[in-house]
Design a protein around this ligand. Sequence first.
Ligand code: AMP
Length: 463
Amino acid sequence: MKFSELPLDERLQRAIVDANYIAPTPIQEKAIPPVLERKDLMGIAQTGTGKTAAFALPILQNLLQGGDSKGQKPIRVLILLPTRELAIQVSDCFEKYQKYTRLTSACIFGGVSDLPQKRALSRGVDTLIATPGRLLDLINQRVVSLKKLEYFVLDEADRMLDMGFIHDIKKVVALLPQKRQNLFFSATMPPEITKLAASILRTDPVRVEVAPQSTPIERIRQELYRIDKRRKGALLKEMLLEHPEMKKVLVFSRTKHGADKIVRVLEKAKVTCAAIHGNKSQNRRQEALGNFKTEQIRVLVATDIAARGIDVDNVTHVFNYDLPDVPETFVHRIGRTARAGRDGVAISFCAPDEEQDLRAIEKLTRVQIPEGDKAIFEKLPPPQKETPESEARNSRFRTGKFGGRKAREQKTEQAKKEPSKPQPKQKQNALPTPKTHTGKRLGSRARRRLREEQAKRQQSQNG
Ligand code: AMP
């Protein structure tokens, strides 16, 4: 099928030619016709499949058919999505596709001043692309009204739920007119997403699905390196120094702290790189992403949330510096390479305590990841022996749970081996450390409050 065969306005067709799109992608082929017929749609597709054009083009077509409204334009289309990066990307697509028309769009997201966004909205826009927090904020300020809305798109619904946006989504949906067309996109369809979709979509939506979630892209060549946690940085560095063909490299770290640490290691080795994660300002994130896209830096280190929705062409290598604990995330990550018919390589580092994550990934993808060339290990410093303390510390950082089962078990093991040290005597009349009913230590504020209450009670008993 060619784009010219689709009943799209000549102005949109021209923009498509300018964008160098020749044929619709499978999701576009499947989604554009029913959306043009004003049907509700549930699309199961990941970023990189062309899903933005799959909803943007038919919506723009429908808007064009409606004709221009006189006076201040009401917002007729709302695209709700989880991250600023995705918002900017989708907004860029709308601008690209509508450039020969008089249709307009605006993009709003948090973390930056709302003034330029309010200014853009004051001129009136047809399409609003928004993250939930800023949208609700501007609705409360009466800067945004959704009373005349005709089209509602929820993009990356699964990620929205992961990020805790469910209540915000429900609040927004409650403000929309009953009569509207709904398009719902998600990369995965766990039961809670199906439930959310059912609460938004009209009955019998058209369901389109591309690249089932559990199938990794076949063209990706995968390699696995079993390595202790402490030497992952050295391994990454050596690989980058040894392989100049690793030109545009995306490295996934499980934590923000870990991402910064990787950048420090690479910078020391003069590898150009930057990190994007939630602790970086919007400007820094955009700058890092821009430099990566234009290949001014070779490596972009990202956490899953920050990387979600970012669209970068020609990523040559994806590194799973840490394995994700949700196997579907692995599929999203490696899908960033080998796009648009190109080849790509995904390299995964697996520490001993990540074996379980590896098994889950291999089970989901039904692929046993082959081990990479072990010769590289000769260039690394010898492994340091883990002490029980360092292992417990690593495990705490990995899980984010301080004082978890493993750490407790290790402590008990150690206590068994070592003769117990004399414990400092408890102060006389000291109150025991307050704990929750599950035995966890309370937070400092709660501890103080409890202590005050206990002291009062004791005073009143004594007095
Ligand atoms: P998306 O999945 O919407 O984030 O799109 C991923 C990338 O594919 C973007 O860079 C789009 O510009 C590009 N793209 C979308 N549709 C097509 C198409 N039909 N032909 C070629 N590239 C496309």
